[in-house]
Design a protein around this ligand. Structure first.
Ligand code: Z5A
Length: 222
């Protein structure tokens, strides 16, 4: 089922939140729900989604070279996120949407606005300049923002094993990230839907289904 205003374009859904918010845990449920409405689903993530973008992910998160690579400056971090994004858009996201597929992407430019623009202090304008260069014509149709307190997110993330370079940031950093997301959600209430991710997995899943149902009904009514 493609957008009515553009019969061949698919739908672009993104997931956002601080670390440990529970985004990734909801993807199987989303796939199951959306497959009732759309058979062609592409599930992907950022930074990453292609071999080159995954290599950039390893570099920027300090995964394979944890102790050997120098720490990127905030500007370098933002530019690497957009280098990975440009590749991901060109090789995976745009071709999928052009085929009419629906794309679920774990993080996108809202994450750069929240992490590098907000918490790293680069400001929203610099991030939007890069976004306008790389994807001025393409923003998500729907963003689910999984909102949890920093304490809950951190406790959940700690269950998963070793933390990457960004996950090892101080608690205040994640408070700034969360505040930036809350501001984005209040600025774009139509696109960004807040999920109360403090609740149980089952309850979060229910809220996600309600938001997807609402989104699909709104599209069909257009
Ligand atoms: N980053 C950036 O800085 N700029 C950018 O532009 C982009 C990214 C795109 C990697 O992202 C890092 O890159 C990320 C932001 C930065 N760093 N941080 N922080 P990522 O999305 O790949 O990694 P992540 O944010 O660290 O994902 P995450 O911690 O895996 O979060 P999650 O997917 O939201 O959580 P989860 O894996 O679904 O759940 C975590 C644990 O909690 C797991 O054990 C679950 O079973 C449990 N869980 C989940 N939901 C619940 C509920 N409701 N109740 C109880 N337990 C739960």
């Amino acid at each position: 089922m493609a957008a009515k205003d553009s019969p061949t374009r698919g739908v672009f859904i993104t997931l956002e939140g601080i670390e440990g918010a529970g985004k990734s845990s909801c993807i199987p449920l989303m796939k199951k729900y959306l497959s009732r409405h759309q058979s062609q689903l592409v599930v992907t993530r950022e930074p990453g989604g292609t071999d080159l973008a995954e290599a950039i992910r390893d570099l920027v998160l300090g995964i394979s070279h944890r102790d050997t690579v120098e720490t990127p400056t905030s500007e370098t971090e933002a530019l690497l996120m957009f280098a990975a994004r440009a590749q991901h858009l060109g090789r995976i996201i745009r071709p999928a949407l052009e085929r009419g597929d629906w794309v679920i992407c774990d993080r996108f430019t809202d994450a750069t606005i929240a992490y590098q623009g907000g918490a790293r202090g680069l400001g929203v304008d610099k991030i939007l300049t890069l976004a306008n260069w790389v994807h001025a014509d393409l923003w998500p149709d729907l963003t689910l923002f999984f909102d949890v307190s920093v304490a809950t997110g951190s406790e959940r993330a700690s269950r998963r094993g070793p933390r990457d370079r960004i996950e090892r940031e101080r608690q205040d950093f994640f408070k700034d990230v969360r505040n930036a997301y809350l501001e984005l959600a209040s600025r774009f209430p139509q696109r960004i839907r807040r999920i109360d991710a403090e609740r149980s997995i089952a309850s979060v899943g229910k809220q996600v289904e309600i938001e997807l149902e609402r989104f699909i009904a709104e599209r069909e009514a257009q």
